[in-house]
Design a protein around this ligand. Sequence first.
Ligand SMILES: [Ca+2]
Length: 317
Amino acid sequence: MLGNVTQTNSYPLHSFSLGWPFLDTPFNSKYWNYGGDTAVDNNRRRISLTRTDRKHQRGFLWTKNPLTGSAWVVDIEFKVHGTTGAFHGDGFAFWYTTEKEQTGPVFGSKHPWNGLGIFFDTFKNSHYHPFNFPYISVHVNDGSQLYHTESDGKQGEVGGCSSKFRNRDTPTFARIEYVKYDYMRVSVSVDGENTWTQCAYMENAVLPDNGYLGFTSHTGDATDTHDIMKVVATGLTNPKAYKLNMDHLAKVANIVKNQAHNFEGGSFDSQSGMFGEALLLVVGAAGLCLVGLGVFLMWKKKQDVDSQLGRGYAKRF
Ligand SMILES: [Ca+2]
């Protein structure tokens, strides 16, 4: 699924991508540093930042070099899972920042930071949120804002969404699109069927020109396994053409999805952005049915009248 983004108008960024077998030598990756409690599991084709069976862990994975470029896409394939029941946490972070490998309280990394932080948060520190967990919180920081763990970073986020990415049978996919001075978008797919939901959208986005890609996680008494399975980074040579194509694909997918929901008697996806268009289709279909029903009833009534007239004629003669 992660290869889908590569198309005309784009080129692969190999030194910012990662996939099985992960290591170029027995203990070294050519383009990525990993450390802390991070464990490379080649048999299961995953890199675990932390594990569910061990408390108080901290793991990281950072690119050795900063990504330079003003238009790129990063696709992430991951799994968050555990066996500790309702008490689990805390989630993991994806970073695009000017600094790296500095430990701190934000999913194992420091704050404030300069750049992008996306937090796949599975531990609800505040109980006053009007939304469900797990929650994906997207932050763009210029190096001046602190992250407030007690409110799950709700202050200062540029967007976010609830997402049921934990303990699923299939991996979860997240996509970050960035085009300087244009937009930054975070989308997620959890159903294993390439159905994407837009989680955050930022207009006129500006990130630092150089940023290290990173993943960090830390746990306390609550634990979980945070697995990074694949990272695919792509540079865009024609961002406008790319975005048009992606918007078109999302539009088609959402119309199909919303129609399917309607026929199943389910609700529309409020984040799809295509509610109005799908609703028009449904209303149009219902209108056609009503017109057809009306024509049929008029025809039926005429048949009944003719029949009664016929019977009466027979009786009279
Ligand atoms: Ca939290």
